[in-house]
Design a protein around this ligand. Structure first.
Ligand code: KIV
Length: 272
């Protein structure tokens, strides 16, 4: 039997389903701009999430709540222009889908039409069922997001691990089943016990993408700025840093400042 992994020219929601069936893990990262997305895409990431974490890492807000639909569309447009292989998923931001399902659909349509993205991601379970159904019925692929849902930070009060208690774990399992039933193509599971995430993945036919949810899920997602080590102050247990860009960038900029001030930049070769 061949163990060769299937190669995909362009990732679609169907490719992700196949990857789950074939035990091929899904690699997902965020990007918020053209230059980063170009590198992330060329390096082989399957899904690029234009996350509302842009509100934190790009705009410096404390939470994801302030980012607007227009700003998400702006970020997503650059990412779409960069990516040739990855599936592009865009977060519907806080305040653009909660009031009613018609508003949710309008927001999803704006994202798809104005940015050219391939799918949207929405935080929440049973409480937003109508909105999710309406968007899916309009032909827009929806990725769910359960467990720690940062848009509800003021309800939770902390960013700590979710669904440790039986009651919350039961609600999470019900929400997963509901999201699968109404047609979500995948679910992000954030900061839940690894054992619970394993149960979810084993009992679901759609891909479960974890962040702080252990290894026994169908794929992983990280915020690109975090995994590149751009902010050492943010150090959750689930984060693996693949670079120390904070030091690299600081050293490079310090060298540039020095070269400029002591007149060693530009050199003879760097002028016309
Ligand atoms: O906005 C985001 O970056 C996310 C990921 C943490 C999954 O939702």
């Amino acid at each position: 039997m061949s163990t060769a992994k299937k190669q995909y020219k362009r990732i679609t929601v169907k490719s992700l389903q196949e990857m789950k069936l074939n035990n091929q893990k899904i690699a997902m990262l965020t990007s918020y701009d053209y230059s980063t997305a170009k590198l992330v895409d060329a390096a082989g990431v399957d899904v690029i999430l234009v996350g509302d974490s842009a509100s934190n890492v790009f705009a410096g807000h404390e939470t994801t709540l302030p980012i607007t639909l227009d700003q998400m569309i702006y970020h997503a447009s650059g990412v779409v222009r960069a990516a040739q292989r990855a599936l592009i998923v865009v977060d519907i931001p806080f305040g653009s889908y909660q009031s009613d399902s018609k508003e949710a659909l309008r927001s999803a349509i704006r994202i798809m039409k104005e940015s050219g993205a391939h799918a949207v991601k929405v935080e929440g379970g049973a409480e937003i069922k109508e909105s999710l159904s309406r968007i899916i019925q309009a032909g827009i692929p929806v990725m769910g997001h359960l467990g720690l849902t940062p848009q509800s930070i003021y309800k939770f009060g902390t960013y700590s691990v979710r669904a440790r208690e039986e009651e919350e774990a039961k609600k999470l399992l019900e929400d997963v089943a509901l999201l699968e039933k109404i047609g979500c193509f995948a679910i992000v599971l954030e900061k839940v016990p690894a054992k619970l995430a394993e149960i979810v993945s084993n009992n679901t036919n759609i891909p479960i993408i974890g962040i702080g949810a252990g290894p026994k899920v169908d794929g992983q997602v990280l915020v690109v700025n975090d995994m590149l080590g751009m902010n050492k102050e943010f150090s959750p247990r689930f984060l693996r840093r693949y670079l120390d860009l904070e030091s690299e960038i600081t050293n490079a900029v310090q060298q540039y400042v020095k070269d400029t001030k002591d007149n060693s930049f530009p050199s003879e070769k760097e002028q016309y």
